[in-house]
Design a protein around this ligand. Structure first.
Ligand code: 5GP
Length: 207
């Protein structure tokens, strides 16, 4: 572990070796909102750092290289960009769960209820039955893992489609919230590129 100081952010930095680029971005550009929300709009959730996404995609491929993956499943909107770049390394299509009903969506869908941590309300996600099949091996990809509701909703859709869950790839896991522990206890193969141990008074520390 190395420690350094980013003056603009006044965040003390503890950086492990893996996904150094991602961790450096979090430390230099991330903003802690309240006690438990990390805002990373400048490279992940609003403006997108495509070079970083490429590194993220490569790293997911490396971490799930032993798994059979036929499809990547994510949730709109922030997961889509990461999923698409990652999918290039697996050479598979991406399916994203939709949050709104629309005429464009087939009426025959798998649905699941998800509680949103950042919005503090529940919403339905849906995927057309055309795009999840019993012979699919699905890798779930998402930007953040907090309490695990989004991943559980996506897993529910995978289960309803009779597909196999190959694993769960997360860009930023907030390890001080319960999602990671809960999902791993359920036996899910969760692999997160950066795990934040704590965010106390703007000080972000990784596991
Ligand atoms: P969970 O369902 O695990 O409680 O929360 C995961 C979802 O909530 C992610 O899809 C992500 O969009 C959003 N989310 C949770 N925590 C954060 C956070 O600290 N920052 C941002 N930008 N999004 C978050």
């Amino acid at each position: 572990m190395t420690a350094s100081k980013i003056p603009e952010m006044s965040i003390t930095v503890y950086v492990g070796r893996k996904m150094l680029l991602l961790k450096q971005k979090i430390l230099s550009e991330g903003r802690v909102i309240g006690k438990d929300v990390l805002k990373v709009d400048s490279f992940l959730n609003h403006q997108i750092d495509v070079n970083l996404f490429n590194e993220i995609g490569k790293e997911f491929k490396e971490r799930f290289k032993d798994k059979k993956v036929t499809k990547i499943l994510t949730i709109e909107a922030s997961g889509i960009g990461i999923a698409c770049i990652t999918a290039q390394y697996f050479n598979v299509p991406v399916v994203f769960a939709k949050k709104t009903e629309s005429k464009n969506l087939d009426s025959d869908t798998y649905e699941s209820e998800v509680y949103s941590f950042t919005k503090d309300k529940s919403y339905k996600v849906r995927v057309s039955k055309r795009y999840i099949n019993s012979d699919d091996h699905i890798l779930i990809i998402d930007d953040f893992l907090a309490n695990g509701c989004a991943v559980l909703g996506l897993k529910d859709i995978v289960d309803k489609g009779g597909a196999t869950l190959a694993g769960v790839g997360i860009v930023i896991e907030k390890g001080f919230q319960d999602g990671g522990k809960m999902l791993r206890e359920k036996g899910l193969n969760v692999n997160s590129l950066a795990i934040i141990k704590s965010m106390v008074e703007e000080k972000v520390e990784f596991e």
